[in-house]
Structures are given as C-alpha cells and as structure tokens.
Design a protein around this ligand. Structure first.
Ligand SMILES: C[S@@+](CC[C@H](N)C(=O)[O-])C[C@H]1O[C@@H](n2cnc3c(N)ncnc32)[C@H](O)[C@@H]1O
Length: 404
C-alpha cells in the first residue's frame, strides 16, 4: 500500500484517561467530527496537513497518530511480514533514526516490547531491501522519525507518530516545582471546568506550584496555539513533508493570537521558590505580564469580584506531604470557599478522595480524570451568596456528602 500525505486516513489523537470528552470538544471546535472514542483516544479523518494542524492546536492530546496500515494478524511473525510490506523507505528519511513504540495485547505476546522489536526489524529490513542501507533505530522519540503500533487481539494498526515527544512538552517548563501537573492535563482540567467560555470570568490559581494551570489558562484566553513555539515535531522528518503548509498553519495561528486579553489571572503559592519557578515558566510562555503572582497562604490571595473561577490543586498526600497535615489543609479549603469565595465558581483537583471529603461542601460536579496512574477528581462547588449560601452551608457544612 502506498500512502500519499494528501490522502485522507485515520488520525488518532491520544490523551490521558478521563480527558477524551474534552479532547472531543477540542476536535469539534477545530471542525473535525470525532468518530471513534476510547478511554484514551479520539479518532478523526484527515490528511497529514490535518495531523500537523492538530499538533499545533490540540491542548489536551498527548500525541497525534497518522494511520498508514491496518491488518489482521495472529502472531509476531505475521506482524513482521505485514510491517515489512509497507513502503517505509518512501515515508521515513534515511538520515534520521527511527523510534517505534506501541501496545500489544495478544495471547502470543508476553511482553509488548517484543512486538515493538519485530516492527523495528521489519522496518529496518525493508529499508535494506529497497535502499541497501540500514537506518539507525533509537529508544527515544527525540530527534527521531516515530512509528506507533497498536495491536489488540487479531487487529493491528500501524501509525506514523507525527508528534514524537509528547505534546505536553510545550517548551515553557524548564523548571518544575513539586508534583507539577502535565501541561496537557492542566489544559484538560481548565477546559473541563469551562474556563474561557465566559470572557468576563477571572481566574485565580492558589497553590500554583510551577504555575501550569495559570499559564495554560492564559494561553486559552489568548487563543494561543499551544504548539506554536515548539520546534520539534516528528512529522518534520518525514519524506516529502509539505514545509510550506506547516509555515502557513503557524502563520494562521499567529494571526489568531490575542496578545493582551483583558482577563484577570492570578496565581499564588505559600512558597516563594514555587512563585519564582512559576514566574520563570510564565516568562518563557510569554504570559508573565498577564498573571499577577502572590507569595502568600491561599486564604490571602486577592480575589476579584464575580464572575471568577478559583481552581486549586492541593497536595494529595500520595506523592508528597503527610496525611494528617493535609486533613487540616483540606478542611481549611472548605472554610475558605464558604467564607471568601461567595459568588465564585470554586474547583479542586485532587487525587485523594477521602481528603476531599474534608472540604465538607457538596460538589455540584465531579469528573474523574487520571494523573498518570492516580485516579483523581475535578470537584466543582457553587458557593452561593446570601441566603442560598447560608442554606448550603447549613445543609453541607458538617460531614458533607462524600464525592463519588
Ligand atoms: C500539588 S502542588 C501544585 C502543583 C501545580 N498544580 C503545578 O502544576 O505545578 C501544591 C502546591 O500547594 C502549595 N501549598 C501548600 N500549602 C499551601 C498553603 N497553605 N497556601 C498556599 N499554597 C500552599 C505548595 O507549596 C505546592 O506548590
């Protein structure tokens, strides 16, 4: 099978567990119709130019995969034979090393690395057959042409991984404070929270750590394509890639960028080193002038008038911090919401559900999202003003209803 870059094929955008719905929303907003959704991916149809566009614009995807082959197979030997039939020498440049990654779930395969190895052999052998030269393979996607295998039962798909290094590597976070959120997860949380839908809404990010949520919030209101300044994409190393089309997509994205939106964004942390780190990251992301930074306890973060969204990601206790200290912290978050955040939308992202109950307010929305292997919840609280608020506090101010 010969595949032209201008031909439409299946494009699969991968994401973290719990983020497929927001990814679907992003794809729709970009004009694509999601047709195949799994817990960690969404599929659309498109050409290589579409794959480039998705690399540039998707905030919540980890990778953009471009399908080049699909087959029914029943063993690693079948896989080798099918992969060797594909014209890799026409797609991949001989001067760049290639990297293969993937998943394999088949009774004949005990270790998916074996399936990946067979793919590598098949690609290298195909090159030798057709060109007389064996390309180097590499264990990292950096600087490589990338191929992804997805093999489940009898069905295998081969993709060109057009992203290479994960799209969470935006390029602004050289320095991370403790337990930073991946950039793509931070963007997923914000979009799930509806950030950016109400142009008048302000953003306050207490407990900001490395500043990821505030920076991603700023990029969303700037309508900044998250891949605009990232230099390395694996598709740039494909044979015959349309470099002019890529430049045109970037020019279009620059034209849509709003340098100075009139949005109130603030971030704070009790630790001065965290704020220094967040400020540095924001400078690199070009949004340091849009974010007001404060070194203070979260309860002292200056708040604007409504409408505003307060979003915090307190420690979970799994990766850092001691549980007893965190009980008091979570209790104080509930008190802070009740006392200071009336009329605002208040959200917490946490991987510790028992601790989240200490907030002692009833969440109006709970969304399950995974931070790596940790099952987390995005919890939203409506903190009403006046009598409704008093009623809410009376009703839920004690033990509270347990989040599910
Ligand atoms: C899990 S980290 C946040 C990580 C952040 N979302 C990121 O992407 O880098 C929690 C942060 O809460 C801060 N923190 C802990 N107790 C605090 C308090 N009482 N007031 C303000 N910040 C606090 C810690 O210094 C830490 O930076």
């Amino acid at each position: 099978m010969k595949m032209e870059w201008t031909e439409k094929t299946w494009i699969v955008a991968t994401c973290g567990r719990g983020c497929a719905e927001v990814l679907k929303g992003e794809l729709r907003a970009l004009g694509y119709e999601p047709q195949d959704v799994s817990a960690t991916s969404v599929g659309v149809e498109g050409t290589l130019r579409d794959a480039m566009r998705l690399n540039l614009w998707l905030r919540t995807a980890n990778r953009v995969l471009f399908e080049v082959g699909g087959f029914e197979i029943d063993s690693a030997d079948d896989l080798y034979a099918a992969v060797r039939e594909l014209p890799w020498e026409q797609w991949l440049r001989p001067d760049a090393p290639f990297h293969v990654h993937g998943v394999a779930q088949h009774p004949s395969i005990r270790d998916p690395r074996f399936a990946v190895l067979r793919c590598k052999d098949a690609i290298a052998d195909r090159f030798v057959d057709r060109t007389g030269a064996r390309p180097d393979s590499t264990s990292t996607p950096d600087g490589a042409s990338c191929v992804a295998l997805y093999w489940k039962d009898q069905s295998a798909q081969l993709f060109i991984d057009t992203s290479g290094a994960p799209l969470s590597h935006r390029g602004y976070r050289w320095r991370a404070w403790v337990a930073p959120l991946r950039e793509t997860l931070a963007a997923s949380i914000l979009l799930e929270a509806g950030w950016g839908r109400n142009g008048a809404e302000a953003f306050i990010g207490p407990m900001c750590g490395s500043g990821t949520l505030a920076i991603e919030a700023a990029w969303i209101v700037q309508n900044r394509a998250p891949g605009l300044d990232r230099e390395d994409y694996a598709f740039l190393r494909l044979n015959g890639v349309d470099a002019a089309a890529w430049q045109a997509l970037k020019a279009e994205a620059r034209a849509k960028f709003v340098a100075a939106p009139r949005t109130w964004i603030a971030a704070s942390d009790v630790d001065a080193q965290a704020i220094a780190c967040a400020r540095e990251n924001a400078e690199r992301a070009g949004v340091d002038r849009l974010i007001r930074f404060h070194t203070c306890d979260f309860r002292d973060t200056p708040l604007p008038k409504p409408p505003a969204l307060v979003l915090m990601n307190p420690e979970y206790g799994e990766r850092m911090g001691a549980e007893e200290r965190l009980v008091a912290l979570y209790e104080s978050i509930g008190t802070y919401f009740k006392d200071k955040c009336q009329g605002l939308r208040a959200l917490v992202f946490t991987g510790n559900l028992p601790l989240s109950r200490k907030i002692s307010l009833h969440p109006v929305r709970r969304v399950a999202m995974w931070n790596g292997d940790i099952e987390c919840r995005l919890l939203e609280y409506d903190i009403y003003e006046g009598t409704r608020d008093a009623r809410l506090i009376r009703k839920h101010g004690g033990a509270g209803s347990p989040p599910q």
